[in-house]
Design a protein around this ligand. Structure first.
Ligand code: HEC
Length: 449
C-alpha cells in the first residue's frame, strides 16, 4: 500500500515538472545541465565553435541556447531514444528544456555562486588517457576565407615488434575546423614496402572530384599489391572521441611497419589563416584479440542491393530499402547509418525468422553533420536467418535546405570505391554494423568502459 502511494506521488510530481523549475537560477538549475550536456564539446579544444565554460559565456548566448535546445538541435543526438538507447546518449529531458526557457525568460539570473562547476571543466586533451604511441599527421595550412577542404592523408609507424592495439584516438589540431576523420590501418609485412613512410603524406581532394587513394598516397607494397585494410580503426566527429570495447574485443594486431590512412579529412571554412597539426594516439594492450570485430556494410558498396536503385530524380522525395539475411548468429556492438545531404530520415531493424523485430536505430530527422557510430549498452544478438532491413528517405526538392543543387538535379550513388568522393552529385545509403560472432552470455556483456 505504501509503495502504491509513493508511485502516485512521483507520478504527479513528474507531470508538474514538464514545466521546468519555475524560478531557475544559473548555479543551481542551469550550470549542471551545461556541464553535463554541453561542455563535452563547448570547451577549449572540444570541437564546438565557442566555449560555454563560464556564467558570462552562457549568458551571452542565452537566447540562442534557449532556441537550439527547445528545437533539439543541441545537444546533437539524432537517434530517437524512444526507439533504442545507446551509450553516451546526450539528450535533454522536456523538464530541462523548460527550465532553460524559464531561466532565459526571467533574465538569466546568476544565483549565489555562478560558474563554480564550470570552472572545473578542463580543455580537451584525450578521452583515453596517456597514449603508448603518438603519430603526427602532416600539417595543413588553412587560409583565411577558405571554404570546405578535403584531404587524403597517411601517417606511418615502425616498431621493433608486433603489438596489440586496444584503442586508437584521433586528436584534431584545430578542433573547430576538423569536421571528420575516418582512419584505416594497413599492416605491411616486414620489408614488403621499403618506402612506406615517405611522401606523399597528403593529397588535397577538390570538391567535385574522386581520387584513387591507394595510388595517390602510394600505399601499394613493392610487389604492387595493396595489403588488406583493417577498416575504421578510428572515427572522429566533434564530440566523438576514442571508443574502446571490453578487453580482448576489437583489439587488433599492429605490424612492425604500418600506415594509418585517412580518407578523408574534412576541414570546415576558416576565418583566419591557421595551421592544423592533428595527431593519432595508439593505446597498446598485452591481451591478444580474443574476438575479432567484423564489419558488415549494407547498401552502397556493400553486401546488399538498394531497392529501388539509388537514383534520385529532381523534385522527388523517394524511399529506398536495403536488406541482408544474416548467415550466422552475431552480436552487434555499434551501428553507423550513413547518408549524404539529401537524406531526411533513416531506420534500421532486424526481423527474426520467427517474425519478431529487433530494433536497431531510428533517425527521424537526418542531419549529415552528426554521423555517429552508435554503441549499444550491451551487445544485441541477431540470430542466423534474420533479415536486417534499412530504410532511408531522400528529399531532392527545393524544400530541402541542404540540397546542394539549385535547381535540383538527378543525384545517384557511385560504386567506384577505392577512391573517395565528395561530389555534390553523389548520394550514399549505407548501414555499417560492427559485430562479433555470437557467444552465449553476450547480451549481458556491458560495452561501457
Ligand atoms: C557533440 C558536440 C556538441 C555538444 C554536446 C553540444 N554542442 Fe552546441 N555546437 C556544436 C558544434 C560543432 C556547433 C557548430 C554547429 C555547426 O557548425 O553546425 C554547435 C553550435 C551551437 C550553437 C550555435 C547554434 C547556432 O545556430 O548558431 C549553440 C547556441 C549551441 N551549440 C549550444 C549548445 C548547448 C546549449 C549545448 C548543451 C545543451 C550544446 N550546444 C551541446 C557541438 C556540440
Amino acid at each position: 500500500m505504501r509503495s502504491l502511494i509513493l508511485v502516485a506521488v512521483i507520478g504527479i510530481s513528474c507531470v508538474g515538472k514538464q514545466n521546468g523549475v519555475p524560478n531557475p537560477v544559473f548555479d543551481k538549475d542551469i550550470e549542471p545541465i551545461i556541464v553535463q550536456h554541453c561542455t563535452p564539446c563547448h570547451r577549449e579544444n572540444g570541437g564546438a565553435p565557442f566555449v560555454l565554460t563560464s556564467f558570462e559565456a552562457v549568458k551571452k548566448k542565452a537566447k540562442t541556447i534557449a532556441k537550439v535546445t527547445a528545437n533539439r538541435i543541441m545537444p546533437p543526438w539524432p537517434a530517437d531514444p524512444n526507439y533504442t538507447h545507446f551509450l553516451k546518449e546526450n539528450i535533454l529531458t522536456s523538464e530541462q528544456i523548460a527550465t532553460i526557457q524559464n531561466w532565459v525568460k526571467q533574465g538569466s539570473k546568476p544565483g549565489k555562486n555562478p560558474g563554480k562547476l564550470l570552472s572545473k571543466v578542463t580543455p580537451f586533451v584525450s578521452n583515453l588517457g596517456t597514449p603508448d604511441m603518438v603519430l603526427d599527421l602532416d600539417t595543413v595550412t588553412l587560409q583565411q576565407g577558405d571554404q570546405d577542404r578535403f584531404f587524403l592523408v597517411k601517417t606511418s609507424g615502425r616498431m621493433p615488434q608486433k603489438k596489440y592495439v586496444r584503442a586508437v584516438e584521433f586528436i584534431p589540431g584545430q578542433p573547430q575546423l576538423v569536421h571528420h576523420f575516418n582512419g584505416h590501418l594497413i599492416n605491411y609485412e616486414k620489408g614488403s614496402k621499403l618506402d612506406f613512410t615517405t611522401q606523399p603524406l597528403k593529397v588535397e581532394m577538390k570538391y567535385e572530384e574522386s581520387r584513387p587513394v591507394n595510388k595517390d598516397l602510394n600505399l601499394m607494397a613493392n610487389n604492387g599489391i595493396i595489403p588488406e585494410r583493417v577498416h575504421s580503426v578510428v572515427n572522429y566527429l566533434p564530440g566523438v572521441f576514442g571508443t574502446e570495447y571490453p578487453d580482448g574485443i576489437g583489439t587488433f594486431q599492429l605490424s612492425e611497419e604500418f600506415s594509418i590512412v585517412g580518407n578523408d579529412v574534412h576541414y570546415g571554412p576558416s576565418r583566419k589563416t591557421v595551421v592544423d597539426k592533428s595527431k593519432i594516439h595508439l593505446f597498446f594492450t598485452e591481451t591478444p584479440p580474443s574476438r575479432g570485430l567484423g564489419e558488415l556494410m549494407l547498401g552502397t558498396n556493400g553486401v546488399s542491393k538498394i531497392v529501388p536503385p539509388l537514383v534520385i530524380k529532381p523534385n522527388t522525395i523517394s524511399k529506398h530499402v536495403t536488406e541482408f539475411t544474416v548467415p550466422a548468429d552475431i552480436s552487434v556492438l555499434t551501428v553507423n547509418p550513413h547518408l549524404h545531404l539529401l537524406g531526411t530520415s533513416f531506420k534500421a531493424y532486424a526481423i527474426k525468422p520467427n517474425g519478431d523485430t529487433i530494433r536497431l536505430i531510428s533517425i527521424p530527422r537526418w542531419d549529415f553533420r552528426w554521423q555517429y557510430f552508435y554503441t549499444f549498452p550491451t551487445m544485441v544478438k541477431i540470430p542466423r536467418g534474420s533479415i536486417i532491413r534499412a530504410e532511408a528517405i531522400f528529399d531532392n526538392t527545393d524544400n530541402n535546405p541542404n540540397n546542394p543543387n539549385r535547381p535540383p538535379k538527378t543525384v545517384a550513388e557511385r560504386f567506384d570505391y577505392g577512391g573517395s568522393s565528395m561530389r555534390a552529385s553523389d548520394e550514399m545509403f549505407q548501414f555499417i554494423i560492427t559485430y562479433v560472432a555470437w557467444q552465449p552470455g553476450d547480451e549481458k556483456i556491458s560495452l561501457k568502459k
